[in-house]
Design a binder for this molecule. Structure first.
Ligand code: NAD
Ligand code: GLY
Length: 360
């Protein structure tokens, strides 16, 4: 087992990464202070991993809340079902909510934990590659609004993240690739050697080589933990973790939540960001080619969806948490391994970058 720490003073917490951690009762129980536990999962993950989770919780008062599966359910209406179970069972302020699932469950259960009785304990048990490398770490919790992705939420850190890599064995290929998008992101924004490692090992990741996956998860979590420790509430460098996300969120909202996977939308978004960085003279053309070919190799989209016209695309981008005083800041690349957050671009350059990103 690999143990990393997200260093946030007295709110610091461990990230455990390993094969078979869902059987480690002691590991889980040491992060649950009270007797009440609510396990939040969905109707895909629960049949696979709820029983193992409940076995570890033997001796606690445990309730479950099984939500419908899908990004389209990541909203206030579904969130309310978590509060319903908490209140119907008179769960108190010492309750621990366990998020068992991918990023959708993690974000929703996390927001429920942040808001129920002004905050109860939270443990993340991420079961997708994307959630193991990104969403379970760092304390961003949220639900979507029809007008914007992740617009209602809170920063709220878990007490622990327990990433059992064996859960990835049941993950569909398309979801595996979606997780790889966020892994590539770390290479692009701040870790050139990792980008090189990914180019050499992409086939192993796609074949689910256990050692390669564990390495990619560890390096991703190390990068994320460092950024979060330096800038928990995103007043500076944490925004770099959103490379490709402003474009990607517009794709997700514009296509209808759940049509493109989050990781797919981010992948296309990173390609648009790379192209735009080159078009404004920051990034070398050869680097853009390397980025696009790695994303392609991962089985991810590299272009904008033809169904979403450029005007709507730009309009959707204006509802973004990186808009400050009406100005949209974008994460762009100076080089592979070096990202910046900037408003030093013109509207025409943005439109041109999106326009050139459609399939010919
Ligand atoms: P997801 O939660 O929808 O999971 C993907 C699919 O895999 C779902 O159908 C799920 O039921 C299924 N699944 C989960 N684990 C499985 C397993 N082990 N075996 C088989 N199927 C399994 O999607 P995701 O990609 O994990 O997360 C995407 C979400 O995360 C988005 O809503 C995005 O906004 C959010 N996100 C949040 C952060 C953050 O910092 N909080 C960061 C990145 C993404
Ligand atoms: N996924 C972006 C962040 O956690 O900040």
């Amino acid at each position: 087992m690999i143990t990393l720490t997200v260093d946030l003073g007295e709110r610091s917490y461990p990230i455990y990464i390993g094969d078979g951690l869902l059987g480690d009762k002691e590991l889980l129980l040491k992060h649950i202070p009270g007797s009440n536990v609510l396990v939040v999962s969905n109707d895909t993950v629960a049949p696979l991993y709820l029983e193992a989770t409940l076995t570890m919780l033997n001796g606690k008062h445990v309730e479950t809340c099984i939500l419908p599966d899908g990004e389209q359910y990541k909203n206030l209406e579904t969130l309310n079902r978590i509060y319903d179970v908490l209140l119907a069972n008179k769960m108190d302020r010492n309750t621990t909510i366990i998020a068992l699932g991918g990023g959708v469950i993690g974000d929703m259960a996390g927001f429920a934990a942040a808001s129920y009785q002004r905050g109860v304990h939270l443990v993340q048990i991420p079961t997708t590659l994307l959630s193991q490398v990104d969403s379970s770490v760092g304390g961003k919790t949220a639900v979507n609004h029809p007008l914007g992705k992740n617009m209602i939420g809170a920063f709220y850190q878990p007490r622990a993240v327990i990433a059992d890599t064996s859960t990835l064995n049941t993950l569909p290929d398309r979801e595996l690739s979606a997780g790889i998008a966020e892994i590539i992101k770390y290479g692009l924004i701040r870790d050139l050697p990792f980008f090189g490692w990914l180019r050499d090992n992409m086939d192993k990741l796609l074949q689910r080589d256990a050692a390669a996956l564990a390495h990619a998860i560890e390096i991703s979590c190390r990068n994320k933990a460092e950024v979060v420790a330096a800038d928990e509430k995103e007043s500076g460098q944490r925004a770099l973790l959103n490379l490709g996300h402003t474009f990607g969120h517009a794709i997700e909202a514009g296509m209808g939540y759940g049509v493109w996977l989050h990781g797919e939308a981010v992948a296309a978004g990173m390609c648009i960001a790379a192209n735009m960085s080159a078009q404004i003279g920051w990034l070398e053309a050869a680097s853009v080619d390397n980025i696009i070919s790695l994303i392609e190799q991962a089985g991810l989209p590299t272009q904008a969806p033809a169904e979403l016209d450029v005007e709507r695309f730009v309009e959707l981008m204006s509802v973004d948490k990186k808009v400050l005083d009406g100005v949209l800041r974008l994460v762009l690349l100076k080089a592979i391994g070096e990202a910046v957050i900037t408003d030093a671009y013109t509207h025409e350059q943005l439109v041109a970058a999106i326009r050139s990103s459609y399939p010919a």
